[in-house]
Design a protein around this ligand. Structure first.
Ligand SMILES: C[S@@+](CC[C@H](N)C(=O)[O-])C[C@H]1O[C@@H](n2cnc3c(N)ncnc32)[C@H](O)[C@@H]1O
Length: 239
Protein backbone atom coordinates (compact mmCIF):
# COMPACT_ATOMS: atom_id res chain seq x y z
CA UNK A 1 0.00 0.00 0.00
CA UNK A 2 1.40 3.45 -0.81
CA UNK A 3 1.05 6.68 1.10
CA UNK A 4 -1.72 8.78 -0.37
CA UNK A 5 -2.03 12.46 0.36
CA UNK A 6 -5.84 12.48 0.14
CA UNK A 7 -7.56 14.33 2.94
CA UNK A 8 -8.30 12.79 6.29
CA UNK A 9 -11.98 12.28 5.41
CA UNK A 10 -13.19 14.47 8.24
CA UNK A 11 -11.59 12.41 11.02
CA UNK A 12 -10.25 15.07 13.32
CA UNK A 13 -8.35 12.81 15.70
CA UNK A 14 -5.32 12.96 13.38
CA UNK A 15 -3.68 15.69 11.32
CA UNK A 16 -3.59 15.20 7.53
CA UNK A 17 0.17 14.61 7.86
CA UNK A 18 -0.19 11.74 10.33
CA UNK A 19 -3.42 10.60 8.64
CA UNK A 20 -1.55 10.02 5.37
CA UNK A 21 0.95 7.84 7.24
CA UNK A 22 -1.82 5.95 9.09
CA UNK A 23 -3.69 5.14 5.87
CA UNK A 24 -0.56 3.62 4.31
CA UNK A 25 0.16 1.22 7.17
CA UNK A 26 -0.55 -2.37 6.16
CA UNK A 27 -3.26 -3.89 8.35
CA UNK A 28 -1.95 -6.18 11.06
CA UNK A 29 1.63 -4.84 11.14
CA UNK A 30 3.56 -4.30 14.31
CA UNK A 31 4.33 -0.59 14.13
CA UNK A 32 6.80 1.28 16.30
CA UNK A 33 6.27 5.04 16.52
CA UNK A 34 9.58 6.67 17.44
CA UNK A 35 9.28 10.02 19.22
CA UNK A 36 5.52 9.55 19.48
CA UNK A 37 4.97 12.53 21.82
CA UNK A 38 1.14 12.73 22.19
CA UNK A 39 0.77 9.14 20.93
CA UNK A 40 -1.95 10.18 18.47
CA UNK A 41 -0.72 8.07 15.55
CA UNK A 42 -0.36 4.72 17.37
CA UNK A 43 -3.63 5.35 19.21
CA UNK A 44 -5.39 5.90 15.88
CA UNK A 45 -3.85 2.68 14.50
CA UNK A 46 -5.19 0.61 17.40
CA UNK A 47 -8.55 2.41 17.65
CA UNK A 48 -9.28 1.89 13.96
CA UNK A 49 -8.26 -1.78 13.92
CA UNK A 50 -5.21 -1.21 11.71
CA UNK A 51 -2.75 -2.62 14.26
CA UNK A 52 -3.58 -5.09 17.03
CA UNK A 53 -0.55 -3.92 19.04
CA UNK A 54 1.81 -0.95 18.82
CA UNK A 55 5.15 0.15 20.23
CA UNK A 56 5.12 3.74 21.48
CA UNK A 57 8.46 5.38 22.26
CA UNK A 58 9.87 8.70 23.24
CA UNK A 59 13.21 9.92 24.43
CA UNK A 60 11.58 12.00 27.14
CA UNK A 61 9.40 11.03 30.08
CA UNK A 62 6.80 13.80 29.79
CA UNK A 63 5.68 13.09 26.20
CA UNK A 64 5.63 9.36 26.91
CA UNK A 65 3.36 9.97 29.92
CA UNK A 66 1.10 12.02 27.65
CA UNK A 67 0.88 9.09 25.21
CA UNK A 68 0.20 6.67 28.07
CA UNK A 69 -2.71 8.76 29.35
CA UNK A 70 -4.19 9.03 25.82
CA UNK A 71 -4.26 5.22 25.61
CA UNK A 72 -5.60 4.94 29.18
CA UNK A 73 -8.45 7.38 28.42
CA UNK A 74 -9.47 5.11 25.52
CA UNK A 75 -9.11 1.94 27.64
CA UNK A 76 -6.47 0.68 25.18
CA UNK A 77 -3.37 0.59 27.41
CA UNK A 78 -3.07 -3.18 27.04
CA UNK A 79 -2.62 -2.79 23.28
CA UNK A 80 0.59 -0.74 23.53
CA UNK A 81 4.07 -1.16 24.91
CA UNK A 82 5.59 2.12 26.04
CA UNK A 83 9.34 2.58 25.91
CA UNK A 84 11.33 5.58 27.06
CA UNK A 85 14.39 5.22 24.86
CA UNK A 86 16.69 6.93 22.40
CA UNK A 87 16.06 5.96 18.76
CA UNK A 88 15.35 2.51 17.35
CA UNK A 89 18.00 0.25 18.94
CA UNK A 90 15.88 -0.83 21.92
CA UNK A 91 12.55 -1.30 20.06
CA UNK A 92 14.35 -3.39 17.40
CA UNK A 93 14.34 -6.21 19.97
CA UNK A 94 10.53 -6.45 19.47
CA UNK A 95 11.01 -7.00 15.71
CA UNK A 96 8.56 -4.35 14.45
CA UNK A 97 7.56 -4.59 10.78
CA UNK A 98 7.52 -0.85 10.37
CA UNK A 99 8.99 2.19 12.12
CA UNK A 100 7.44 5.64 11.89
CA UNK A 101 9.82 8.54 12.60
CA UNK A 102 7.83 11.73 12.06
CA UNK A 103 7.96 15.38 12.96
CA UNK A 104 11.73 15.54 13.50
CA UNK A 105 14.53 17.17 11.53
CA UNK A 106 16.15 15.09 8.78
CA UNK A 107 19.39 15.38 10.75
CA UNK A 108 17.84 13.77 13.85
CA UNK A 109 16.33 10.99 11.72
CA UNK A 110 19.74 10.29 10.15
CA UNK A 111 21.30 10.21 13.62
CA UNK A 112 18.64 7.75 14.86
CA UNK A 113 19.15 5.42 11.87
CA UNK A 114 22.97 5.68 11.94
CA UNK A 115 23.05 4.72 15.62
CA UNK A 116 21.36 1.42 14.73
CA UNK A 117 23.64 0.58 11.80
CA UNK A 118 24.32 -3.15 11.52
CA UNK A 119 21.28 -4.02 13.69
CA UNK A 120 18.35 -3.39 11.31
CA UNK A 121 16.89 -6.58 9.82
CA UNK A 122 16.54 -6.66 6.03
CA UNK A 123 12.92 -5.97 5.08
CA UNK A 124 12.20 -3.51 7.90
CA UNK A 125 10.09 -0.68 6.55
CA UNK A 126 10.31 2.98 7.57
CA UNK A 127 7.90 5.87 7.10
CA UNK A 128 10.05 8.93 7.59
CA UNK A 129 8.66 12.45 7.76
CA UNK A 130 11.50 14.98 8.02
CA UNK A 131 10.58 18.58 8.87
CA UNK A 132 13.88 19.84 7.38
CA UNK A 133 17.06 18.55 5.69
CA UNK A 134 15.36 16.02 3.43
CA UNK A 135 18.35 16.04 1.04
CA UNK A 136 20.68 14.96 3.86
CA UNK A 137 18.21 12.22 4.78
CA UNK A 138 18.06 10.91 1.19
CA UNK A 139 21.85 11.00 0.95
CA UNK A 140 22.09 8.86 4.07
CA UNK A 141 19.33 6.43 3.03
CA UNK A 142 20.81 5.76 -0.42
CA UNK A 143 24.31 5.20 0.96
CA UNK A 144 23.30 3.16 4.01
CA UNK A 145 21.22 0.50 2.24
CA UNK A 146 17.66 1.81 2.32
CA UNK A 147 15.57 1.60 -0.85
CA UNK A 148 13.25 4.61 -1.15
CA UNK A 149 10.04 3.07 -2.49
CA UNK A 150 7.91 6.15 -2.56
CA UNK A 151 7.71 9.79 -1.57
CA UNK A 152 4.48 11.59 -0.83
CA UNK A 153 3.72 15.24 -0.23
CA UNK A 154 0.96 16.34 2.14
CA UNK A 155 -0.31 19.92 2.32
CA UNK A 156 -1.77 21.06 5.60
CA UNK A 157 -2.47 24.65 6.71
CA UNK A 158 -0.41 25.79 3.70
CA UNK A 159 2.58 23.85 4.98
CA UNK A 160 4.30 21.24 2.83
CA UNK A 161 5.18 17.90 4.44
CA UNK A 162 7.25 15.17 2.82
CA UNK A 163 6.88 11.49 3.72
CA UNK A 164 9.43 8.92 2.59
CA UNK A 165 8.58 5.23 2.41
CA UNK A 166 11.84 3.26 2.65
CA UNK A 167 12.79 -0.37 3.18
CA UNK A 168 16.13 -1.52 4.52
CA UNK A 169 17.68 -4.00 2.07
CA UNK A 170 21.36 -3.44 2.88
CA UNK A 171 22.19 -2.41 -0.72
CA UNK A 172 24.17 0.81 -0.90
CA UNK A 173 23.17 3.11 -3.79
CA UNK A 174 24.39 6.29 -5.38
CA UNK A 175 22.16 9.10 -6.60
CA UNK A 176 22.88 12.34 -8.41
CA UNK A 177 22.64 15.69 -6.62
CA UNK A 178 19.25 16.55 -8.14
CA UNK A 179 17.72 13.27 -6.90
CA UNK A 180 19.21 13.89 -3.46
CA UNK A 181 17.83 17.44 -3.42
CA UNK A 182 14.33 16.82 -4.81
CA UNK A 183 13.70 13.07 -4.87
CA UNK A 184 13.09 10.90 -7.91
CA UNK A 185 10.68 12.46 -10.40
CA UNK A 186 8.82 9.13 -10.71
CA UNK A 187 7.30 9.78 -7.27
CA UNK A 188 4.67 12.05 -8.75
CA UNK A 189 1.58 13.09 -6.82
CA UNK A 190 -0.63 16.17 -7.30
CA UNK A 191 0.91 17.89 -4.24
CA UNK A 192 4.47 17.39 -5.49
CA UNK A 193 4.41 20.73 -7.38
CA UNK A 194 4.00 22.55 -4.05
CA UNK A 195 7.07 20.74 -2.71
CA UNK A 196 9.11 21.72 -5.79
CA UNK A 197 7.94 25.34 -5.46
CA UNK A 198 9.07 25.42 -1.83
CA UNK A 199 12.44 24.00 -2.88
CA UNK A 200 12.72 26.63 -5.62
CA UNK A 201 12.05 29.48 -3.18
CA UNK A 202 14.60 28.12 -0.75
CA UNK A 203 17.24 27.76 -3.52
CA UNK A 204 16.58 31.34 -4.69
CA UNK A 205 17.10 32.60 -1.12
CA UNK A 206 20.34 30.59 -0.83
CA UNK A 207 21.59 31.98 -4.15
CA UNK A 208 20.85 35.58 -3.13
CA UNK A 209 22.57 35.08 0.24
CA UNK A 210 25.66 33.45 -1.25
CA UNK A 211 25.92 36.02 -4.06
CA UNK A 212 25.80 38.90 -1.64
CA UNK A 213 28.54 37.17 0.40
CA UNK A 214 30.62 36.81 -2.79
CA UNK A 215 30.45 32.99 -2.68
CA UNK A 216 30.13 30.59 -5.61
CA UNK A 217 26.55 29.66 -6.51
CA UNK A 218 27.35 27.25 -9.36
CA UNK A 219 25.97 24.22 -7.54
CA UNK A 220 22.74 25.99 -6.48
CA UNK A 221 22.21 27.45 -9.97
CA UNK A 222 22.63 24.02 -11.51
CA UNK A 223 20.04 22.59 -9.08
CA UNK A 224 17.69 25.49 -9.77
CA UNK A 225 17.95 24.91 -13.52
CA UNK A 226 17.15 21.21 -13.06
CA UNK A 227 14.23 22.06 -10.78
CA UNK A 228 12.82 24.62 -13.24
CA UNK A 229 12.96 21.91 -15.91
CA UNK A 230 11.02 19.50 -13.69
CA UNK A 231 8.45 22.19 -12.83
CA UNK A 232 8.15 23.10 -16.51
CA UNK A 233 7.50 19.44 -17.31
CA UNK A 234 4.78 19.27 -14.64
CA UNK A 235 3.07 22.41 -15.96
CA UNK A 236 3.20 20.93 -19.46
CA UNK A 237 1.62 17.65 -18.22
CA UNK A 238 -1.16 19.61 -16.48
CA UNK A 239 -2.11 21.56 -19.61
C1 LIG B 1 7.96 17.25 17.41
S1 LIG B 1 7.62 15.77 18.23
C2 LIG B 1 6.90 14.80 16.96
C3 LIG B 1 5.75 13.98 17.49
C4 LIG B 1 5.10 13.04 16.48
N1 LIG B 1 6.02 12.05 16.02
C5 LIG B 1 4.53 13.82 15.32
O1 LIG B 1 5.01 13.66 14.19
O2 LIG B 1 3.58 14.59 15.52
C6 LIG B 1 9.21 15.02 18.41
C7 LIG B 1 9.26 14.01 19.55
O3 LIG B 1 10.40 13.17 19.33
C8 LIG B 1 11.04 12.93 20.57
N2 LIG B 1 12.43 12.59 20.24
C9 LIG B 1 13.43 13.42 19.81
N3 LIG B 1 14.56 12.73 19.59
C10 LIG B 1 14.28 11.43 19.86
C11 LIG B 1 15.04 10.22 19.81
N4 LIG B 1 16.33 10.24 19.47
N5 LIG B 1 14.44 9.06 20.16
C12 LIG B 1 13.13 9.04 20.53
N6 LIG B 1 12.36 10.15 20.61
C13 LIG B 1 12.93 11.33 20.27
C14 LIG B 1 10.83 14.20 21.35
O4 LIG B 1 10.93 13.99 22.76
C15 LIG B 1 9.41 14.62 20.93
O5 LIG B 1 8.42 14.11 21.79
Amino acid sequence: MSISPASNSGKKDLSDRLGAIARAIPKGSLVCDIGSDHGLLPLFLVKHGICPQVLVTDLNAFPLERAKSAFAKNALSDRARFLQCNGIAEPLAFRPDLFVIAGMSGKTIVQILAEAEGKIPVGTRFFLQPMTKDAALRRYLYAAGFAIQNETVVLENRKVFLILDAVFDGISRTANEAVLAFGETKFACPERAAYYKKKKESLEIQIRGKESAGQSVLHEKHLLETLCGVLGGLNHENQ
